[in-house]
Design a protein around this ligand. Sequence first.
Ligand code: ZN
Ligand code: ZN
Length: 258
Amino acid sequence: MRFLAIFLLILFLPGCLGGTKEEKRGDEIVIIYDNRGFGELEGSWGFSALIRFHNYTILFDTGGNGRILLNNMRKLGIDPNEIQYVFLSHIHGDHTGGLWDFLEENSNVTVFLPVSFPENFKENIKARGAKVVAISKPVEILPDVYSTGEMFPVGEQSIILNTSKGIVIITGCSHPGVVRIVERAENITKKKPYLVLGGFHLFGANKTEIKEISKKLKSLGVQRIMPCHCSGDEARKIFAKEFGANYIDCRVGKKIEI
Ligand SMILES: [Zn+2]
Ligand SMILES: [Zn+2]
């Protein structure tokens, strides 16, 4: 009997200690899906990031491939069931392709998407038991979390987090132009951007154009920058030079405290 007690103690004590020692996770952004992988974290064309902010856990975009999305999540210790909200920037497959496999794991979510998404896309989400909120105008979707509203040509929304350091803006592909997105985010919140990250869609742009964009972002008050996904190597190089220590290198697994 005594052996059993000791055995049970050994079995459960580490768990109990672990439970009390565990710290509350701070606000952070984790890159789950990006063109650039890292070690066993697979890279692939597309974008997805996890946002832990206040008490919300938001999945921003879902990458192009559900298997890669879920594998990277698992390797990063992210449980799909901890996600409460999904925010889809725009309809392109490299941002929405992983959604269906994700919903297989957890359909108890609200999906924020641009109102121009096809009706059958919205119906397919609802058929899996998730809620859909269609966005057209700029709106506060959760306390301190905004959508820029749908911006064209593609019909793309970006997310804005109102943090104590300033606003954090996350873009999918920046088809409307990253400068226009930042300007709109400032107009909505009347705050300066602490950090801008995501796809900037500059892989075809020339050096002069990219330098101008970088300077414009600085003049808008952007402190830190993290070009991901479709930003292109040239843009990475130029932003790294312009922003110095405030440039963040993007790849799968990167975590940024906010
Ligand atoms: Zn993209
Ligand atoms: Zn796109």
